[in-house]
Design a protein around this ligand. Structure first.
Ligand SMILES: Cc1ncc(COP(=O)(O)O)c(C=O)c1O
Length: 475
């Protein structure tokens, strides 16, 4: 018999007391790491960050453990010091949300309890909460159908895959038709599922063109699955959903709407009209780790009728024996293609409960207002061009007359200096900076300083005497 006591567990009545001092260490380390970083991301690029992180973690498996406080303090500090932190207002490249503190706290409870969502006997309450959450959110999208439902996914990619899978199960090898503005996961899903390569229609104006779609629906053999996007990754544009739904009805095509980004606009009375027609889709992707302020992951695929999810049903006697199901134990295995699954419903439910409709609408509206403010600032800043007014919260801009090479170099310079995380998008024949604003705390001053960083780096780059190098690390 070993004489030492094993480390304490997170659950049970003793777990919270064991967690409290560890959390204290973690929170101190998060603060210390963020202070050391002192910006949206660490300066120095991969050549600086990787060795520093490796050194902190070395050796990853020591012969004798360093103990929980040391390990937590060292690794959490290193990770926070080396993070691209979306809570910083200058970290705006991607649909990479700053999670709400309350959602992260709920996620801690999920980790401590560790329900696994593949069988009722591992998640008695969590499965009930998930069932309520999924039907409630599905009813937001499909308010007019009697039994809408949704499954929780790891994000938009998995939700899009499931959408194509369900369409294939209904109709056989469907021909996907989407715009060039669709997320890359659509083409990957078709590939993964053995479906024909999607027909990708050019979207020179950013959204799916109804005339081009009509032609494709007429020319190509059925069955068709049209994929529209409500909030494109590159510009945040929203396809004309209602018109596309009309065309799908006329041509007998199925419609999937990838609303990974734009879906939460439904909760804003001011902006929900942008999603007109969403409820007409056969399936809708939603992703609350984007405009929903959840830590990853928090995706959903919603359908108008729970029967649409039947193809996911699966039998594994150790998880959903027939007699258990007949005796009333909920059969959860068909709620995902995964088996072990985290209770992501908890953090989402806590957030909805804590903020309510008005609180969420306020977050969404603030974020969109911030994006418009950035667009205003760009238009009044000499030497910067705005691509177009934002539809949601994505703003594209570039220095007037700059080459694509200059834009790319400035982006990497700001990354290497640890000054800003801006994205990049190629559209309308040019490379643009992409700012995807998701931080509801961002102030007009933050936006001004972000633009100042860009214009300053541009001036440096274009002025031969002060030519910066991408690896400049002034901090
Ligand atoms: C429109 C759209 N759909 C799907 C995805 C994929 O989502 P995830 O990264 O959560 O898998 C993204 C990611 O940015 C997206 O922008």
């Amino acid at each position: 018999m070993p004489t030492t006591t094993p480390p304490p567990l997170a659950g049970g009545t003793t777990g919270p007391a064991a967690l409290r001092p560890l959390l204290d260490t973690v929170l101190t380390a998060l603060h210390e790491g963020a202070t050391l970083r002192d910006g949206p991301l660490p300066a120095g690029g991969p050549d600086t960050v990787a060795p520093r992180t490796r050194a902190a973690a070395h050796p990853l498996i020591p012969d004798h453990g360093t103990g929980p406080h040391h390990a937590l303090a060292t690794l959490v500090t290193a990770l926070a010091a080396g993070a691209a932190d979306p809570a910083h207002p200058h970290c705006t490249a991607h649909l990479h949300t700053p999670p709400l503190a309350l959602a992260a706290a709920a996620d801690l409870a999920a980790s401590a309890l560790n329900p696994s969502m593949d069988s009722w006997d591992q998640a008695p309450a969590a499965s009930a909460l998930e069932a309520d959450l999924t039907t409630t959110l599905a009813a937001e999208i499909y308010p007019h159908t009697p039994s809408p439902d949704a499954v929780i996914t790891t994000g938009g990619t998995e939700a899009n895959q499931l959408a194509l899978l369900l369409a294939r199960e209904r109709h056989g090898p469907v021909q996907t038709i989407c715009g060039a503005n669709a997320h890359h996961s659509i083409a990957r899903a078709a590939w993964l599922l053995g479906l024909p390569t999607p027909i990708t229609l050019p979207t020179p104006h950013g959204t799916l063109d109804p005339t081009a779609l009509t032609n494709a629906l007429t020319e190509h053999p059925r069955p068709h699955l049209v994929v529209a996007t409500a909030g494109t990754t590159d510009t945040g544009a929203i396809d004309p959903l209602d018109t596309i739904a009309d065309l799908c009805t006329t041509h007998g095509a199925e419609l999937h709407i990838d609303a990974a980004y734009g879906g939460p606009l439904l909760l804003s009375p001011t902006h929900r009209t942008l999603l007109h027609g969403l409820h007409r889709a056969h399936s809708v992707t939603l992703d609350l780790h984007k405009l929903g302020w959840q830590p990853a992951s928090a995706g959903l695929l919603a359908v108008p009728d729970h029967h649409h999810l039947t193809p996911l049903h699966h039998h594994a006697p150790y998880l959903n024996a027939g007699d258990d199901t007949e005796a009333g134990l909920p059969d959860l295995l068909g709620r995902s293609l995964r088996t072990t699954r985290r209770p992501d419903a908890l953090k989402i439910a806590v957030t909805l409960h804590a903020l309510g409709r008005d609180g969420l609408a306020d977050l969404i509206d603030r974020t969109i207002t911030t994006a418009h403010h950035l667009a205003d600032l760009i238009t009044t800043t000499p030497g910067l061009d705005l691509y177009q007014r934002p539809t949601i919260s994505t703003v594209l801009f570039r220095p007037t007359g700059a080459t694509d090479h200059t834009v790319a170099t400035i982006r990497r310079t700001l990354l290497n200096r640890g000054h800003a995380v801006l994205g990049r998008t190629h559209t309308a024949g040019h490379l643009w900076f992409k700012a995807t604003l998701l931080n509801p705390h961002t102030t007009p001053h933050d936006l001004r300083t972000l633009l100042d960083l860009v214009t300053h780096a541009t001036t440096e780059l274009l002025t031969p005497t002060t030519h910066p190098t991408e690896s400049d690390t002034p901090r």
